[in-house]
Write a protein that binds this ligand. Structure first.
Ligand code: BGC
Length: 414
């Protein structure tokens, strides 16, 4: 890998006529999975500022979060790491730090007082052994429900406040010829919908306890049975094209009115904005039906591969600095659909759904973490996604069997 980068730097030196050392120092390969229109537009805001401050950005987009993360890790293990790679903060990123694969950016973070600018939950999850191992750029919420207002009107239904209401509305939508749920049938998207049902039926305390303890009694409980029954009741409301569909195609169905609802993180809102729609107008947003208010957070960040040791390289440090710039956090998040990770940037220019997110998060009791990358170890996260997907896609598994299978999968993985 070293040989390769030396040759590449020399080639660039010869063509650009600048010092190879200086060029290498400012060049960062950025590996990420932001390939949809809104994701690319948002990331371009970071790139613009990085380049304007003398950085050279080598873009490595890889479609699909799972694929991109696997590629980032494999390249680190193979000795050819991308300097900067997209990840989310939390347990799984710390697993990479455990293996000694990451550089830390603690020096710039303490110079720039990140501890005072980021919410405590993010500070904690972005650190390993007291050092920052990633630059957090946003807060996404996963328990959103986006809906096409004209489709709801066509079927004469209101925005549902409970899952029973939802099922009643979905029947009417189906009768009116509208696909009730635009679902991207991939395990992680099915899990996002499942976790919204879990939160909605069982409440925020149950959700937090379940995933922080993975307790057998909770997994076995009647409450959990009700969650599986409710989730199963949604099966008739997706269309035949669902299996394998990408999340942004499902969002597009809602934008066009081909589907009424999508249960998805607010990156879907990024696509709505990219389609020229002001969120809350023709496409509305609210939290998925629930018995109390909560926000299932996932925090996008960029982490730094250990290149020559634990210390970050100048290009990595530059990137960390740029990611936390107030103007970058504003420009990026307005396109991405998320809200800034920094608490001190003015958010009054953000859309109505973002305002709801910001207001909700003021109450700490609403703070929940995603089982994607944030809140559980990777083995448990994989077991959750797989067992939910198995249940969702099975034609003959009962809710009781689905629950038992979920319990077993988690017990095996923890
Ligand atoms: C990320 C989002 C991204 C979405 C779909 C999630 O894991 O947190 O930023 O838009 O995947 O690509």
């Amino acid at each position: 890998m070293k040989k390769f980068s030396k040759v590449a730097a020399l080639a660039a030196f010869l063509s650009a006529g600048v010092s190879a050392g200086a060029l290498h120092a400012q060049t960062a390969e950025v590996l990420h999975w932001w390939t949809s229109g809104s994701e690319q537009a948002a990331l371009a805001e970071v790139r613009k500022v990085f380049e304007a401050s003398g950085g050279e950005w080598v873009d490595t987009p890889i479609a699909g979060g799972g694929n991109a993360r696997a590629a980032a890790v494999n390249r680190m293990l193979g000795g050819d790491p991308a300097a900067v790679f997209q990840f989310s903060i939390g347990q799984q990123l710390r697993e990479l730090a455990d293996q000694g694969l990451l550089a830390n950016v603690d020096k710039i973070a303490s110079e720039e007082h990140w501890d005072d600018k980021l919410p405590p939950l993010i500070v904690k999850a972005a650190k390993y052994d007291g050092d920052y191992i990633a630059a957090p750029i946003n807060i996404h919420g996963e328990n959103w429900m986006f809906y096409n207002k004209a489709a709801l009107e066509k079927a004469g239904v209101d925005v549902p406040k409970s899952w029973d209401d939802f099922v009643a509305a979905a029947k009417k939508l189906k009768d009116a010829g509208v696909t009730p749920i635009g679902l991207g049938g991939q395990p992680w998207q099915e899990r996002i919908m499942f976790n919204s049902v879990l939160l909605g039926v069982a409440g925020r305390e149950f959700y937090a306890k379940l995933y922080s303890t993975l307790d057998d009694d909770l997994l076995d409980s009647d409450t959990m049975r009700k969650v599986f029954e409710t989730f199963a009741a949604l099966k008739p409301f997706v269309d035949e094209g669902s299996p394998g569909r990408n999340w942004n195609e499902a969002t597009n169905m809602v934008i066009k009115g081909d589907a009424a609802f999508q249960f998805m993180g607010d990156w879907a809102k990024g696509e709505i904005i990219a389609a020229g729609i002001e969120p809350g107008t023709t496409v509305g947003c609210s939290f998925a039906p629930a018995i109390d208010t909560a926000y299932i957070m996932t925090v996008d960040a960029f982490a730094f591969s250990a290149m020559d040791g634990e210390e970050a390289t100048p290009a990595q440090i530059k990137m960390a600095h740029v990611m936390l710039e107030p103007d970058v956090q504003i420009a990026f998040n307005k396109k991405k659909g998320s809200i800034p990770a920094r608490l001190d940037v003015p958010a009054d220019s953000f859309d109505i759904c973002a305002q709801t997110a910001i207001k909700t998060l003021q109450d700490k009791k609403t703070h929940l973490v995603s089982t994607g990358l944030f809140g559980v170890p990777s083995a448990v996260s994989g077991a959750i996604d797989d067992s939910i997907s198995n249940f969702w896609n099975s034609t003959d598994m009962s809710p009781a069997e689905g629950q038992a299978q979920f319990h077993q999968a988690i017990s095996n993985a923890k």
